[in-house]
Design a protein around this ligand. Structure first.
Ligand code: PEP
Length: 251
């Protein structure tokens, strides 16, 4: 989108131990060695790795982020991690509303909305995920689903500086399947239109809308070249530096 610097973001999901840090080091090196001129870069890692990941990429243009946060700052929530804790560990961003959280943990749009506000309270950028299931696409409900998710998940105080949207068709995540370029274009244009209704034209025009779902080096040029696609959210292919850098090279 004119005037928007792209963002290529990784999501390691429940993968990665200290043995994975050399891949992250290679990603940092790849951005030092020229990719920084083309796109911003972020890798979201498990909370257990965050502080070491932040050290690993320090001095490079690559940022690190969390994959989820609790809506509260602290308290009796055994096993949960707050946005403030992610910030303290070195995160600049946090993913909220990933479909795996929505499915595995029953997160509603209201939960995602609260988590985005928690991210801002802590000074993090929220990457807010939306996307339809296969059944929803097949029944022709995709645009309605996206409207509902944007209306419910994106707080009205979202700006291009504190939020990034990610369109991730659930059926394309980790499956090797991808929507057609025309379907991606339609979904992204629709999301931007819904953002404009909520936030105003000016804010919506500047907001990054990432595409996510089976992005790899071989399809990145086509998917990232679609109108209103301002970067990628990359799962599986973010675990290997060569693949992640190969995707960023689409820019
Ligand atoms: C994701 O987890 O956000 C994702 C898009 O996964 P993958 O790239 O593996 O489909």
């Amino acid at each position: 989108t004119p005037g928007i610097r792209p963002l290529v973001a990784g999501n390691w999901k429940m993968n990665g131990t200290s043995a994975s840090l050399p891949e992250l080091r290679s990603i940092g090196q790849g951005f030092i060695n020229g990719l920084d001129a083309r796109t911003d870069a972020l890798v979201c890692v498990p909370a257990t790795l965050l502080s070491r990941a932040a050290e690993t990429v320090s001095g490079t243009p690559v940022h690190v982020g969390g994959e989820d946060c609790h809506a509260n700052q602290s308290g009796a929530h055994t096993g949960d991690v707050s946005a403030e804790m992610l910030k303290d560990a070195g995160a600049s961003h946090v993913i909220v509303g990933h479909s795996e959280r929505r499915t595995d943990h029953g997160e509603s749009d209201a939960t995602v909305h609260a988590k985005a506000e928690a991210a801002w309270r802590a000074g993090l950028v929220a990457i807010i995920c939306v996307g339809e299931t296969r059944a929803q696409r097949e029944s022709g409900a995709t645009l309605d689903v996206l409207s509902t998710q944007v209306a419910g998940s994106v707080p009205s105080s979202a700006t291009a500086a504190n939020a990034v949207l990610a369109y991730e068709p659930v059926w394309a995540i980790g499956t090797g399947l991808t929507p057609t370029a025309a379907d991606v274009a339609e979904a992204h244009a629709h999301i931007r239109e819904k953002l404009a209704e909520k936030l105003g034209q000016a804010a919506a025009a500047k907001m990054r809308i990432l595409y996510g779902g089976s992005v790899k080096p071989s399809n990145a040029v086509e998917l990232l070249g679609v109108a209103n696609v301002d970067g990628a959210l990359v799962g599986g292919a973010s675990l290997k530096a060569a693949d992640f850098l190969g995707i960023a090279e689409a820019y």
